[in-house]
Design a protein around this ligand. Sequence first.
Ligand code: PLP
Length: 361
Amino acid sequence: MESLVFFGAGPSKIPDQVLERVQDELLDYGGTGVSVMEISHRSGQFQQIITDCESRLRRLLGVPDNYRVLFMQGGATGQFAAVPLNLSLTGKADYFITGTWSKKAAAEAGRFLDVQAVLPAADRFLGIAPAAQWKLRPDADYVYYCDNETVEGVEFPNVPGTGNVPLVADMSSNILTRPVDVSKFGVIFAGAQKNMGPAGTTVVIVRDDLLSRGLKMCPSVLSYSAMAKAGSLLNTPPCFNIYVTGKVLEWVEEQGGVSEMTLRSDIKSKLVYNTADSSDEFYLAPVAVDSRSRTTAQLRLGAGADLEKKFLQEAEQAGFKSLKGHRSVGGIRVALYNALTVPQIERLVAFMGAFAADNRQ
Ligand SMILES: Cc1ncc(COP(=O)(O)O)c(C=O)c1O
């Protein structure tokens, strides 16, 4: 299978070394005689797994002591509800809407709070309006943004400044691909299924002082304070997923941590965007240069949808799987998550070059 390169945008590639380690331990976890999927979440073995997983994440991201790390369920979509339910104080929040996922998050929050858009309304999401156009309320309960819009390939180049208003970030599709100063945030959350493991667990990093807020109606499984009190074991967690997430984090540490992942993300994304930018508009990268995603690159073919179809077919035959853009935007999406290697992206851009040479009109 060496020649297959898998670009699934979520669920996504898990490093082969991790899958092999999981396979080795699958039938007998640590001499227990049973699979890690079968042991109790109240057992000493699982307590060790979840504690290790949290410690690794804390080390990798430099999470300060006044933040809790929670492993929750319900996916990132569950967090679209959990955030307003947990952070409401006066009942209003400001949302940056820069693509599909922040739009969905704002709509969900609107069921519970007065939500105001920070940016002018847009039909298409191809960048982030300059700060002079932002409307931020100094008395909002929090400001929300999506650090990387997976569908449109729009990534914030910097953490947006929100003064003293707590900042909430959805980092589902770029966590662990660049350094993050956690102390700038009230809450960071990320579904595991792109850069941290299989779908099923959602990492939530929340500042201690925010645990005493929220709406009474918040269900306990979505409650940050209830989860923090229970050490993420309020109910049966997705034990296997947390175990694999721990293995992925171990792999990231072995590879050189977030600094090495940052370096690789920069190299991989530059390879793709440089190929597009130097293709004489055979390939187009429509997102504004300063907010082009380093983890989910959006590309179009200048000649249109028919040639895109041919590109995707030939790419598939050449072993490049799942390059099709999200159904809502079409085109090509190159997922460049941590498990994708630089040599694999070099192979892809070589294929892109050859395809352009053969199909230029
Ligand atoms: C940035 C971002 N936020 C939220 C979601 C929704 O995640 P989930 O399917 O885990 O609810 C996704 C899914 O791809 C995403 O990419």
